[in-house]
Write a protein that binds this ligand. Structure first.
Ligand code: 9UX
Length: 102
């Protein structure tokens, strides 16, 4: 069994949660699916021999919502933070190189 965490967007009411949970649980190999509306998160436990992350994400998308596996999103944030840091460093260097400018 494997558990993945999803970030889901587009849910606006409690029935959305139910839609997603029900659709995911209909997949063969899914043991449990729990979706939390205010946290915009979901947790899915499944048998990796029978079903995979891709199928689960497709199912959420087909139901009309957007979903990403949490790890992937976290990685993206790290990339963005890195980029921001690089920009700040550049700005600092420019300011140091141009006395009187800032
Ligand atoms: Mo609620 Mo969700 O009325 O797709 S079921 S908005």
């Amino acid at each position: 069994m494997k558990t993945i965490h999803l970030r889901i967007t587009g849910m606006t009411c409690a029935s959305c949660v139910l839609h997603i949970e029900t659709d995911i649980k209909e997949l063969d190999g899914v043991k449990e699916a729990v979706v939390n509306l205010p946290l915009k998160r979901g947790e899915v436990t499944f048998d990796p021999d029978k079903v995979d992350e891709k199928r689960i994400l497709e199912t959420v998308k087909k139901a009309g919502y957007k979903a990403v596996v949490e790890e992937a999103e976290r990685r993206m944030h790290l990339v963005q933070r890195n980029r921001r840091r690089t920009t700040q460093t550049h700005a600092r260097k420019w300011r140091a190189a141009l006395p009187g400018y800032a």
